[in-house]
Design a protein around this ligand. Structure first.
Ligand code: PLP
Length: 400
C-alpha cells in the first residue's frame, strides 16, 4: 500500500480535494429560504423569532437571541455581562481569536489560562489560578465540540463571583452529563458559520435563562433601541422609540433564520454521523504509531466539530512536511489553533509575556482531519489511507 507520495510526484490518494469541513444543504433548506423570499419580511421578522424559539427549546434554555455572527453574539454577551475597562475575563488560548476579541471590544482584558493536555480544554484549576480581584467572567471554549467541565467551573465561578459565558461555537448538539449544551452557563454562544454544526451562512446566537440579559441582548443587536413603552425612560408619543445605550446592527435576517431552523431539524442526524465517523477514525488510528487519537472525558458527548490527531513529540519537526504531503494527496488538513496571544496584534498589545506551555506544545502537535456529515465512506477511507501513507514515510526519521 501507499506508493510514492503525491508531494514527490506520485499518484494522489484522491483525485478531488476533500475539505476539512463543509455545510450540507438539503432541498428542504432551499425551500425554507425560498418561502422567506416570497414573504413580506426579509430581515428580522417571524422566521428569526421562530428560529430563536426552536434553538432555545433544543438546548433547554429559556431564551435565545440571534446575531449576525457568532463574534457579534460574543460581543453582545460581554456587553450584557457588564465587561468594561479594567475588567479581566479568563479564556482559553486554544481557540479562534473571537473568544478573546469580544473582551477587547468592551475595553476589558482577556487573560489566558492553560488547557488540559488530554482534553485540550481550559481547566477549573487553571481558571482559579488566573483569578484576580479584577476578574469578572470566564469564557470556557468547548474546543472540538467537547464540553468543558461545567460542574467544576461553576464552583470556581461561584467562589469568586464570576459569570460564565460559554463559547460553544463548536458544540451545538453536544451534552454534559446528559444535559444539552446551552443551559449549562449564564450565557452560551453558538456559531452558524458553514463549517459549524448547523449553518445560516453567517450567524450566531446566545442562549440564557435570565430575562434581563435576554432584554439587553435584544436591544444591543439593534443599536440599543427599544420600542417597548414599558421600558421607556420617559413618556413618549406612539411613534417614538428610545435609544438607551450604544448598540450595533447585529441582526440576523429571516433568510438566514429560515435556513437555520430547517438545518436544526437535521442536527441530531448530523451529530450521530459525526460521532460514527469519529469512531471509525479512532479505530483506524488507535494503533497507528506516532499519533494520539482524541480523548473523550466520561459523561460528555462531543458534537465532533473537529477531529484532531496529535502527533508524537518526535514528529513535531515533520508536521509541516506531513501537512504539505497530505494536502498534495488532496486531503484538506488544517491546524486549530495558534494560541491567540501569539497573534501579532496581541503580541503588540501587551500579551508578549503570556505563556501557556501546554497550549503552545499542543499547537505544535495538532493536525485536523476532514470531518463533516456530508462526507461518505470512500472519503473516510481516503483520509485513513493518506494518513497511513504519509506517516509511514515521515515516521522513524524516514525521508530525512
Ligand atoms: C467560529 C468560532 C467563533 C466565531 O463565530 P463566527 O460565527 O465565525 O463569528 C468563535 N469562537 C470559536 C471557538 C469559533 O470556532
Amino acid at each position: 500500500m501507499g506508493g510514492k507520495l503525491a508531494v514527490f510526484g506520485g499518484k494522489p490518494v484522491r483525485h478531488s480535494f476533500l475539505p476539512y469541513g463543509s455545510q450540507w444543504i438539503s432541498k428542504e433548506d432551499k425551500e425554507a429560504v425560498e418561502r422567506v423570499l416570497s414573504s413580506p419580511y426579509l430581515t428580522t421578522g417571524p422566521a428569526v423569532a421562530s428560529f430563536e424559539r426552536k434553538t432555545a427549546a433544543y438546548t433547554g434554555a429559556a431564551y435565545a437571541v440571534s446575531f449576525s455572527s457568532g463574534t457579534a453574539a460574543l460581543h453582545a454577551a460581554c456587553f450584557t455581562a457588564g465587561i468594561g475597562k479594567g475588567d479581566e475575563v479568563i479564556t482559553s488560548p486554544l481557540t479562534f481569536a473571537a473568544s478573546a476579541n469580544c473582551v477587547l471590544y468592551c475595553g476589558g482584558t482577556p487573560v489566558f489560562a492553560d488547557v488540559d493536555p488530554r482534553t485540550y480544554l481550559i481547566t477549573p484549576e487553571s481558571i482559579e489560578a488566573a483569578v484576580t480581584e479584577r476578574t469578572k467572567a470566564v469564557i470556557p471554549v468547548d474546543f472540538t465540540g467537547q464540553p468543558a467541565d461545567y460542574e467544576a467551573i461553576r464552583k470556581v465561578a461561584d467562589k469568586y463571583n464570576l459569570l460564565i459565558i460559554e463559547d460553544a461555537a463548536h458544540a451545538l448538539g453536544a451534552s454534559y452529563r446528559a444535559q444539552k449544551v446551552g443551559a449549562l452557563s449564564d450565557m452560551t454562544m453558538f456559531s452558524f458559520h458553514p463549517v459549524k454544526p448547523v449553518t445560516t451562512g453567517e450567524g450566531g446566537i446566545i442562549t440564557t435563562n435570565d430575562e434581563n440579559w435576554y432584554k439587553t441582548l435584544l436591544q444591543f443587536r439593534t443599536h440599543g433601541i427599544t420600542k417597548h413603552a414599558a421600558d421607556f425612560i420617559q413618556e413618549r408619543a406612539p411613534w417614538e422609540y428610545e435609544m438607551q445605550f450604544l448598540g450595533f446592527n447585529y441582526r440576523m435576517t429571516d433568510l438566514q433564520a429560515a435556513l437555520g431552523e430547517s438545518q436544526l431539524d437535521r442536527l441530531d442526524t448530523f451529530t450521530s454521523m459525526r460521532e460514527a465517523y469519529a469512531d471509525y477514525y479512532n479505530n483506524a488510528f488507535r494503533t497507528v504509531k506516532g499519533v494520539t487519537i482524541p480523548y473523550q472525558e466520561q459523561g460528555r458527548r462531543s458534537s465532533w466539530h473537529l477531529y484532531i490527531l496529535k502527533l508524537d513529540e518526535e514528529m513535531i519537526d515533520r508536521r509541516k512536511e506531513i501537512f504539505e504531503a497530505l494536502t498534495a494527496e488532496n486531503i484538506g488538513v488544517n491546524v486549530h489553533y495558534m494560541p491567540v496571544y501569539e497573534q501579532p496584534y496581541y503580541q503588540k498589545n501587551g500579551f508578549d509575556q503570556v505563556s501557556c506551555p501546554t497550549a503552545e506544545k499542543l499547537y505544535q502537535q495538532f493536525l485536523t482531519l476532514p470531518l463533516f456529515p456530508a462526507m461518505g465512506q470512500q472519503d473516510l477511507d481516503d483520509v485513513i489511507e493518506a494518513v497511513r501513507k504519509v506517516l509511514d514515510y515521515y515516521r522513524d526519521g524516514a525521508g530525512s
